[in-house]
Each structure stands twice: as structure tokens, then as C-alpha cells.
Design a protein around this ligand. Structure first.
Ligand code: AR6
Length: 225
């Protein structure tokens, strides 16, 4: 059964109502790809070329993916937000490895360490841009941060990676614009490389999750024929 997501009020609530009312999964065909969109509990999942993008609301430090991505700074000095939470829960071995292997990490680049006491075996540390006006290369740099994190995951043969909404906290990137870049970049990467098999976005607050879910829906709708 195929539903047209262009109908109705277009909200996430409408999408989720439709999904909850028996349509547990649906398929779309487009010239470029075929994918399904599923909702299970509070999770939204999209399947692309045998890979999965999943949106959840929660704490990234609790994720059991093979890697979690840290929203770090160029100096790789533990800060607040995701960074602080990862270092606190992962323990001092993460900082020791950072100090031993890397001097710094320029914005848009990524480095990798072990996960210490985290459930994830690895932490990919990337640096998103500090938002100024949206015209100072922030979109390109945010895209690079996601791409370079995913490339590292491929280099290390990691099948599952969890991202926070990079740059949307202390670095001030507007959530909607950040979500568009994050989802499109991951979508394009999975389509091209067919790996990693699972990418999870872990959104800290309900409103962040809603913005990501709406943006994902728009992305899917724009690809629907
Ligand atoms: N799990 C998932 N998401 C979270 C969590 C968590 N445990 N905690 C916060 N968020 P931020 P940035 C959300 O500030 O903007 C640090 O000091 C948060 O609500 O962690 O890239 C670094 O050292 C927001 O939506 O990262 C850098 O100096 C998103 O994660 C600087 O902050 C990112 O917020 C990096 O700033």
C-alpha cells in the first residue's frame, strides 16, 4: 500500500497518525532510489539502499551503535553538551588517546578514539562550525563534519553510527537548517556508499526530534514520484 505524504496537513503528527493507523510501513519509488518509512514506538526509520536512517529522542551516550559521534571543538578539549557527557561517561582513556594521537581537529574534520566505558566501542570526534550568519561557509563545513565522520566509520569498518545534531547547541546553528544539511548529507552518503548500514540521529529534546522528523519527511516527499 502506498500513501501520498503530500496530502493532509503535512505535519509530523499527520505522518505519525497515518503510520500508526495500520500502515506500519510504506514504500516509495523514485528514479534514484526505493525506500520505506516506518514508525516503531517513538522511532522513525527510513531504509535506503539496504541502509537505515533512524531518528530517536534520547541521550547519545546510551547508544549501542559501534560508534557515537562527539560534537567536539578544534582543540579537542572536553567541553559541555555532548562532549562533556561523552568524556564523563567514557572515562579518561578517551582524552588520553586524543592527547597521544592528535594535536587538534580543524572544523569539518574528524578523528577517532576508543569508547572507554561507553556502550559504543568507538567515538568519532568531529567539529561542526560555529554559526555566524549562515553565509560564512557554515553549511559546507557542517556537511563536511558529517561526511568526514561517515568516512572514518567506513575506514574502520563500522556498521552503525549515532550522531547528535552537530553545532546546534553551544555553536548556535539553527535546528531546521542544521537538520536539512544533516539528513541530506547522510542520505547522499548512504546512497553512494551503501554503508554504514545504520545511522542513528539522537535528538536531545522532543522539539529537536520533531524538527528532524519533519525535515526527513520533506526530504522523502521531495524524492517521491
Ligand atoms: N545526547 C544527545 N544530544 C545532546 C546531548 C546528549 N547527551 N547533550 C546535548 N545534546 P553541543 P555543538 C544536544 O553544545 O553545538 C562543547 O562544549 C544539544 O541539545 O553538545 O556542536 C564542545 O566542546 C544540541 O542540540 O555541540 C564544543 O566547544 C546538540 O546536542 C561545543 O560545545 C549539540 O550541542 C560544540 O557545540
Amino acid at each position: 500500500m502506498c500513501y501520498n505524504l503530500n496530502k493532509g496537513d503535512g505535519s509530523v503528527a499527520q505522518l505519525e497518525r497515518a503510520l500508526a493507523s495500520g500502515a506500519r510501513s510504506r514504500g516509495f519509488k523514485s528514479p534514484q532510489t526505493r525506500f520505506t518509512l516506518k514508525r516503531e514506538g517513538k522511532t522513525v526509520k527510513v531504509y535506503i539502499e539496504g541502509c537505515e536512517i533512524e531518528l530517536i529522542q534520547g541521550d547519545i551516550t546510551e547508544q549501542e551503535t559501534e560508534a557515537i559521534v562527539n560534537a567536539a571543538n578544534e582543540e579537542l578539549i572536553p567541553g559541555g553538551g555532548v562532549d562533556g557527557a561523552i568524556h564523563r561517561k567514557g572515562g579518561p582513556v578517551i582524552l588520553e588517546e586524543l592527547r597521544a594521537k592528535y594535536k587538534r581537529c580543524p572544523t569539518g574534520e574528524a578523528v577517532i578514539t576508543k569508547g572507554g566505558n561507553l556502550k559504543a566501542k568507538h567515538v568519532i570526534h568531529t567539529v561542526g562550525p560555529i554559526y555566524k550568519d549562515g553565509k560564512s561557509e557554515e553549511p559546507e563545513l557542517l556537511k563536511k563534519a558529517y561526511q568526514n565522520s561517515l568516512k572514518l566509520a567506513l575506514d574502520y569498518d563500522l556498521n552503525s553510527v549515532a550522531f547528535p545534531a552537530l553545532s546546534t547547541g553551544a555553536y548556535g546553528y539553527p535546528m531546521k537548517e542544521a537538520a536539512e544539511i544533516a539528513l541530506k548529507t547522510v542520505y547522499d552518503f548512504l546512497k553512494k556508499h551503501k554503508a554504514p548500514k545504520k545511522v542513528v540521529f539522537v535528538l536531545w529534546k522532543e522539539e529537536h526530534y520533531q524538527v528532524f522528523a519533519e525535515t526527513l519527511k520533506s526530504l522523502i516527499t521531495s524524492l517521491e514520484v
